[in-house]
Ligand binder design. Structure first.
Ligand SMILES: Nc1ncnc2c1ncn2[C@@H]1O[C@H](COP(=O)(O)OP(=O)(O)OP(=O)(O)O)[C@@H](O)[C@H]1O
Ligand SMILES: [Mg+2]
Length: 255
């Protein structure tokens, strides 16, 4: 059965697209048939994170009823399938997320996972993405504005009957002014499934239009995405950090 998982946050810039691209890449590496879909209709950029060429048919065409979702699927070299959104302002006209749910249902059946990269904010665009999915992964950063917005996403998920599968605490700088994992968990009411440091390798990977899982597969930041993928997929996975790590090391503080 296909699992439809939305990656959402409330606040912008916290790392949703980074998580979607890397989780998609890691799931594919583990052999799961995976599609990632750019449901950020106003500011789409999932294509840049995974490195696909400009694609003639996009989610915008599908939402407008001009194409079937299979026509908007680009197959990445890794085997991961990517449904990009249109990049032009024209694409925005006459497109609403109203039938996103029906469009996603058309993608369900064959793949193991469909990951939906959501827009920031709590407007109709992001609510539709959460509503149309079975599960949500909430991405946040260790500061009050990001966690407060993440909490609103959790509220929306609970209202719409979408299961909160986990919280990913991203861009940790490891200084005293940051909220701790425990503080974030007590505010959000769900466990943090992974802590990811703010690391230059992630920016480097984006500059190369690759997820860090492809760019630096042995790096400890890449390993964190592998662990999230294994966790989500229910796979046993022993991460290697610097060739000698075990899972407890991975969950410890880094650097
Ligand atoms: N762990 C990390 N370390 C360093 N940089 C990161 C990390 N995670 C994300 N970034 C960087 O932060 C920026 C925003 O990330 P991303 O685009 O994934 O966020 P987003 O939540 O999808 O943003 P938006 O709300 O605009 O869609 C990007 O430049 C990305 O490379
Ligand atoms: Mg994004």
């Amino acid at each position: 059965m296909t699992r439809l998982i939305c990656v959402s946050s409330g606040k912008g810039g916290v790392g949703k697209t980074t998580v979607t691209a890397n989780l998609g890449a890691a799931l594919t590496k583990f052999g799961a048939d995976t599609i990632i879909l750019d449901a950020n209709l106003t500011n789409p950029n999932l294509g840049f994170h995974i490195g696909i060429p400009l694609y003639p048919t996009t989610l915008h065409d599908v939402l407008k009823g001009d194409a079937h979702i299979t026509e908007a699927m680009y197959i990445h070299d890794s085997g991961l399938r990517v449904v990009p959104a249109g990049l032009s302002v024209e694409d925005l006209r006459d497109t609403t997320p109203d039938n996103l749910s029906d469009v996603l249902l058309d993608a369900v059946g064959e793949p193991d996972f469909v990951l939906v990269d959501s827009a920031a904010g709590l407007g109709q665009e992001s609510i539709s993405a959460v509503e149309a999915s079975d599960e949500v992964l909430v991405v946040t950063n260790p500061n009050l504005p990001a966690v407060t917005d993440a909490l609103k996403t959790v509220d929306i998920a609970e209202e719409t009957g979408t299961q909160v599968t986990g919280v990913i605490l991203n861009k940790i700088k490891d200084h005293d002014a940051e909220l701790s994992k425990e503080e974030v968990e007590s505010m959000i009411g769900y466990e943090v499934m992974m802590e990811i440091p703010e690391h230059q390798k992630v920016e480097e990977a984006l500059a190369k239009k690759k997820p860090v899982v492809h760019h630096e597969p042995d790096h400890h930041v890449a390993e964190r995405f592998n662990v999230i993928a294994a966790d989500v997929a229910g796979l046993e996975y022993e991460p290697q950090i610097g060739g000698k790590g075990i899972i407890t090391r991975l969950l410890e503080k880094f650097r």
